[in-house]
Design a protein. Structure first.
Length: 217
C-alpha cells in the first residue's frame, strides 16, 4: 500500500470537527478512511484535586503529549498500525490504550491545535480549518459537556469565558491562516461533508495520476 493521504482538520472547540470527520469517514468508506483524534493525546491530569478540574486549559499546546502524537503520525505515514491512548474528560485521566488503528488510504486527523505544530503541519497532505462563530461553538460545547461530561451549564460558560476563549484567540484562531482550506460549519452538515469529500477525492485522483506518470517515465 502506498503512503496514506493525511488530512488534518483543525478549529476551535465546538466548531464541529469530530462530527464532520465522522461524516467524511462514512462518506469515503470505513475501508478507505481511518480517524485519529488529537484529543486522545491530552496529558494525564488525574493527580489534580477536583476543585481544579474546571480551570484545566485544554486549548494550549502544553496540554498535549506532542512527542507521542508526532511519533504515531509518522508511523501511520509509513503504513504502520498504531495504538492511540484514550483520555477520559470526566476523570481527567489517561486510560488504557485504545484499539489498534490500522492505516487506510486516507487518514483523517482532527484536533483543536492540530495546525499549531510545524512538524504536524509538515506531516499533513491537506490542512483544513473548520470555522464557526463563538456563539455557535459555545452552544455546542454546553450541549456536549452537560450530556457527556457531567458538567453544569454555569461551569461550562465560566470555563469557556475564562479559559477556552482566550486560548482560542491566542493559539487556535491564528492557525486558520495556515490551512489550505477553510470551511464554515454552522448549520446543515451534509453540504460541508460533500465539499470535503469532493476535495479529498480530487486530491487522491491527482496523486494517483502523478504517481502513474512517474512510474511510466
Amino acid at each position: 500500500m502506498s503512503a496514506p493521504y493525511m488530512v488534518g482538520l483543525a478549529g476551535g472547540s465546538g466548531s464541529g470537527k469530530t462530527t464532520l470527520v465522522q461524516g467524511v469517514a462514512e462518506a469515503l468508506g470505513r475501508d478507505r478512511a481511518a480517524v485519529l483524534c488529537h484529543d486522545a493525546y491530552y496529558r494525564d491530569r488525574g493527580h489534580l484535586p477536583s476543585s481544579e478540574y474546571a480551570a484545566i486549559d485544554y486549548d494550549v499546546p502544553s496540554a498535549f503529549d506532542q512527542v507521542l502524537f508526532r511519533a504515531d503520525l509518522e508511523r501511520l505515514r509509513r503504513g504502520e498500525s498504531v495504538r492511540p491512548p484514550r483520555y477520559c474528560f470526566a476523570t481527567h485521566r489517561r486510560l488504557a490504550d485504545d484499539d489498534v488503528l490500522h492505516p487506510r488510504q486516507v487518514i483523517l486527523v482532527e484536533g483543536i491545535l492540530l495546525l499549531h505544530d510545524p512538524a504536524v503541519r509538515s506531516a499533513l497532505d491537506l490542512k483544513i480549518y473548520v470555522d464557526a462563530p463563538q456563539t455557535t461553538r459555545l452552544a455546542r460545547r454546553i450541549a456536549r459537556d452537560t450530556s457527556q461530561r457531567n458538567r453544569t451549564v454555569d461551569s461550562v460558560i465560566r470555563q469557556f469565558t475564562t479559559v477556552v476563549s482566550p486560548a482560542h484567540r491566542e493559539y487556535v484562531e491564528p492557525t486558520k491562516a495556515l490551512a489550505d482550506l477553510v470551511v464554515l460549519n454552522v448549520s446543515r452538515l451534509p453540504p460541508v461533508v460533500e465539499i470535503l469529500v469532493t476535495v479529498i477525492r480530487a486530491r487522491l485522483t491527482r496523486q494517483e495520476l502523478m504517481s502513474a506518470r512517474a512510474q511510466s517515465a
